[in-house]
Design a protein around this ligand. Structure first.
Ligand code: SF4
Length: 900
């Protein structure tokens, strides 16, 4: 058995993971008890990492595909020569701006470093942006405004040491689950720790909150400006700190007083009641140790940078920064968003937190000996893809991300890639919405195969270590980038022999001519040998010396601006660019679900992660559902000015009236028309360029379906069903397809077509051969069929005129059995478990597959705490991600609503 210490590849918590690999190849994943981010904890996604490994749908060899033809395997030499020759030609004919890279917070720091170096120093284009633009750009811009550099002052321990934690636009229970667990444990130990959640939705994070402020989307700046007014009015400003360490505070306070002069203005602008606002203000004003943790609810906005500045203003004005248990805390979404920012992997920054100021450019020019160092920022993500659409950018290299799904106005992104001369995609997955459009597909390494470093939200650098061999001809991204650099004539600059050499150069650059003015300093790591790098322990930066302590920044009141003083901002609040209207009367908010990650290319491989929320759902307030004629479990067309989606309806009273919510994860690979990026408006923050994912004006319309159904089949379909709606749900020994259609009518309306023939058309001959049992009622468009082979179920299909269909989970469990019992066989077409078996209901605990009905039965039998439920049925006893849901069930609240 081998044991490897590595890091989880999902969220910005950056949990340490211990991987055990047995001689027979079996892999076991546990939390690393010694890693300071998680101390052994993992969430549902981290716990399921071993299930995401494997050969399914891997891109194993470089492939070339002309626009119309099939993909053909090519050699790495062909691929790399094609890239280098095309880049050289485009640079000669159109200039370097015709070339772009689009990178990802999933990449390792070393991959990011060489990508940025090649583009900004040697190709001569700053058109390298990243999907971090979609999640962290406003935090970066806010930090630079206030502190002079992109610096997160706080550490995870501050969340536990604070007396008040404000969670603003951060559903940590689902998006940073291990931080949620740490916070929950801290509150259980110290009841005086207050937690206030600011979020338009009553998320599962509210389970541990003392107060929830369900503010109107986009109104955050009014709320925080009102706090500044309140602090000034009640003598709560730290004038000594302001005088010594902060510029701009008088103007900032004056602007707050002008915009948010009193509680009534704030309450009206934010859609809150005055008492609730006052309670928050008094809690902040009366508590010295306050941490405000914020995430996408703040950043993903057309005024995201101002929202960040408004939070930072409150902390600077009260001196609540740089102290134990006090400070603003940007929680990064991705595992290496922070590392990408450190190496300048965004169009608006240079490596090592250097700026485009002449002195910094000179420094970088000297260090890199760069022949074509860029002089100005490049195009940010949305603008970059607009430039591809316009034909200004003629070649783009997309690495480890899926912009056809994740960017706003995503249909335009798809059209842009279709017209681009050369699209290169580096990915470990063969079929994603983006890889499908690439001319050149480069096989990348997956988690467990690649090696390098990542930096988490608290500036802690950790190693990702390989424990599996590279499959096929998959290669590290850094290697492919360096090979292109060499072919472009820059062999010396890209002669790295391994990620340790790249990391060492990155560390050396942070220390180069750094006399203390740049806090990002890794001098202590600038001479690491390969074996030092292999043994590298998790470490926060700054890391100037081997022993310095860097847990939190600004303890001395010294900032990274030229005069070393922080800068408060004078802000004028503004609403979202596109307001709701009579035509588009609802505001669409998007975000994550508990058990999926990004566009599901990895998490959907772990079948237990597909059980909690299996389908793309539109969450709508009961009042709005009534108003627009939407019914739970049925379907709605969601449309904006930019695009539309087809989604199943979930009634959800945790939303404000007038708001709807849709998860961000579903792509065309997993559902027919649920790629929500196509609906999202392309408005963005003028400073950060971050898109407004939290507010798109939309309309909803009920879509009556003629029939509903599902197919569960052992072998996945090779071609999507021909139905208006389908969703693909990989399960343990089978794949389930949820189906609905309004166009292909049943036998009653198409008498010449039996349901059986109709189904052959829907599935295009993909239903199995073998023994078949069937039952049908043509007049009602109802049909049930099951296929068996040697007593083993191969497929079952249920069609009905309404969404009321049998329990899928019991049927799915039959596929785990080598042969059905006589009783199960008889029960199969009824869709009901044999007498004596009980349905578990929609899955709540993914680790132990415990369903809602099972939990309700235990609650009825006297389990009144999550711990009691864990004792009764294990739910919540592994990763703990479902503990908030257990509490909600105990409190009598709904947790699923998924048609199970
Ligand atoms: Fe991974 Fe979960 Fe930890 Fe995030 S909280 S790093 S997803 S285990």
């Amino acid at each position: 058995m081998t044991q490897t210490r590595t890091t989880c590849p999902y969220c910005g918590v950056g949990c340490g993971v211990m991987v055990e690999r047995n001689a027979d190849g079996r892999i076991r994943v546990q939390g690393d008890p010694d890693h300071p981010a998680n101390f052994g904890r993992l969430c549902s996604k981290g716990s399921a990492l071993a299930d995401t490994l494997g050969p399914d749908d891997r891109l194993l060899y470089p492939e070339w595909r002309d626009r119309e033809g099939p993909a053909q395997r090519v050699s790495w030499n062909f691929a790399l020569d094609t890239i280098a020759n095309t880049f050289a030609r485009l640079r000669a004919e159109h200039g370097p701006q015709a070339i772009a890279f689009y990178a990802s917070g999933q990449m390792l720091t070393e991959d990011y470093y060489v990508a940025n170096k090649l583009m900004k120093g040697f190709i001569g284009s700053a058109n390298i942006d990243t999907n971090s633009r979609l999640c962290m750009a406003s935090a970066v811009a806010g930090h630079v405004r206030a502190f002079g550099a992109d610096l997160v002052p706080t550490a995870y321990s501050d969340l536990e040491q604070a007396d008040l934690v404000v969670l603003s636009g951060a559903n940590v229970a689902w998006c940073h689950p291990v931080l949620f667990q740490r916070l929950k444990a801290a509150k259980e130990q110290r009841r005086s720790l207050q937690i206030i959640v600011i979020d338009p939705r009553r998320t599962e994070t509210c389970v541990i909150a003392d107060q929830h402020l369900p503010l109107a989307p986009g109104s955050d700046v009014w709320l925080w400006q009102g706090l500044l007014t309140h602090l000034a009015q009640y003598g709560q400003l730290d004038f000594a700190f302001l005088e010594r360490h902060v510029d701009g505070w008088a103007d900032s306070i004056a602007a707050a007083r002008a915009a948010a002069p009193n509680l009534s203005t704030v309450a009206q602008r934010c859609g809150l009641n005055e008492e609730a606002v006052l309670r928050f203000y008094r809690a902040f004003a009366g508590t010295a140790k306050v941490v405000t943790a914020f995430s996408q609810g703040v950043n993903q906005s057309s005024c995201g940078t101002d929202k960040v500045s408004a939070i930072l203003n409150a902390h600077l004005a009260t001196g609540r920064i740089g102290k134990l248990g006090a400070g603003p805390f940007s929680l990064t979404g991705q595992p290496n968003a922070m590392g990408g920012r450190e190496v300048g992997g965004m169009a608006s920054t240079l490596a090592a937190h250097l700026t485009f100021a002449p002195a910094h450019r000179q420094l970088l020019q000297t260090f890199w000996s760069a022949p074509h160092l860029v002089s100005a920022p490049g195009l940010k993500a949305v603008d970059l893809f607009d430039a591809i659409a316009d034909g200004q950018i003629k070649a783009v290299w997309i690495m480890a991300t899926n912009p056809v799904v994740s960017l706003p106005n995503a249909d335009k992104v798809r059209a842009a890639l279709r017209r681009c001369d050369l699209v290169i995609a580096s990915d470990f997955v063969r079929h994603t919405d983006t890889v499908e459009l690439a001319h050149l597909r480069l096989p990348a390494l997956a988690w467990g195969e690649k090696s390098g470093t990542v930096t988490n939200s608290e500036r802690r650098i950790s190693r990702q270590r390989a424990f599996l061999p590279a499959p096929g001809e998959a290669k590290p991204d850094w290697w492919a980038i360096c090979e292109v650099g060499k072919r472009l004539g820059y062999a010396e600059a890209f002669a790295f022999q391994g990620p340790h050499e790249i990391f060492r150069e990155h560390a050396q650059l942070t220390a180069f001519e750094n006399h203390g003015e740049r806090p990002l300093n890794l001098a202590a790591m600038a001479a690491l040998t390969e074996s030092d790098y292999d043994r590298l322990q998790p470490r926060q930066w700054p890391a100037n010396t081997a022993t310095d302590s860097s847990e939190r920044l600004f303890a001395d009141g010294i900032f990274a601006t030229t005069n070393r003083r922080a800068r408060m901002q004078a802000l004028t609040p503004r609403p979202p660019v596109n307001a709701v209207s009579d035509t588009y009367p609802l505001a669409l908010n998007t975000g994550r679900v508990r058990d999926q990650w990004h566009t599901m290319t990895r998490t959907a491989r772990a079948t237990k992660l597909n059980a909690h929320q299996s389908e793309p759902l539109l969450h709508v307030h009961p009042g709005d559902a009534t108003r627009y004629g939407l019914r739970a479990g049925e379907f709605t067309r969601l449309a904006s000015r930019w695009g539309e989606a087809l989604l199943r309806v979930q009634i959800d009273d945790s939303l404000r009236r007038g708001n709807v919510f849709v998860p961000m994860h579903w792509s065309d690979a997993f559902s027919a028309r649920a790629r929500i990026g196509a609906v999202i408006n392309p408005d963005r923050d003028p400073d950060s360029g971050q898109p407004e994912f939290k507010h798109t004006p939309v309309l909803v319309q009920a879509v009556p379906m003629t029939w509903h159904g599902f197919l569960i089949q052992r072998a996945p379909l090779w071609q999507a069903p021909q139905t208006r709606y389908w969703a693909r749900i990989p399960a343990m020994a089978c794949t389930r397809y949820e189906l609905a259609d309004d166009a292909l009518h049943g036998a009653a309306s198409a008498p010449d077509m039996s349901i059986e023939r109709l189904m052959q058309r829907v599935f295009a001959g993909q239903l199995p051969e073998g023994e078949r049992m069937a039952w049908g009622d043509p007049a009602r468009a109802a049909y049930r069929a099951a296929w068996l082979q040697q007593g083993r179920v191969e497929a079952c299909l249920f069609i009905a005129p309404s969404a009321q269909l049998p329990d899928r989970l019991w049927l799915q469990s039959l596929f785990d059995k080598p042969a059905l019992s006589g009783e199960e066989r008889r029960a199969l077409l009824s869709g009901q478990p044999p007498r004596g078996s009980v349905s578990s209901g929609a899955i709540v605990c993914a680790c132990f597959a415990v369903g809602e009905q099972t939990l309700r039965r235990h609650i009825r039998n006297g389990c009144r705490t999550p711990a009691a439920l864990t004792r009764a049925c294990q739910a919540g006893g592994n990763c703990g991600s479902c503990l908030p849901a257990l509490q909600r069930l105990i409190d009598g609240e709904p947790v699923s609503g998924v048609p199970a």
